[in-house]
Design a protein. Structure first.
Length: 114
């Protein structure tokens, strides 16, 4: 028997490997091969997102407020000093990093569902 006369699939009685691709008409139904990884950019670059501009606006607002708000001269304290301003900027930075992380995680998750 020549190789042209042999069937395209496995010989009956032999096990088929689990990762074997189907032959014949079923092979057309698979579509293009994908590796499971997202191709191209998953999300927009950070500087092109609205949350980046909101973060910058928040930082500018905190700095301006810290510079312009004066404390009561009789008590000698500043109600919104540099330490508080840095604390709020840190909170904004943490929130921004969490939002970017969620955006990237969501983009990977959507790409995996294809």
């Amino acid at each position: 028997m020549t190789s042209a006369a042999r069937p395209a699939g496995p010989v009956s009685g032999q096990p088929v490997p689990a990762n074997a691709a189907p032959a014949g008409p079923q092979a057309r139904d698979l579509g293009p091969a994908t590796s499971g990884h997202a191709t191209g950019a998953e999300t927009k670059p950070a500087f092109k997102t609205t949350e980046f501009f909101v973060f910058l606006a928040g930082v500018v607002a905190i700095v301006i407020t810290a510079l312009t708000v004066d404390g009561d001269a009789s008590t000698g304290g500043d109600p919104f000093n540099a330490e508080q301003a840095l604390r709020y900027i840190t909170f904004l930075a943490i929130g921004y990093m969490i939002s970017r992380g969620l955006a990237k995680a969501g983009a990977r998750q959507r790409a995996d569902r294809r």
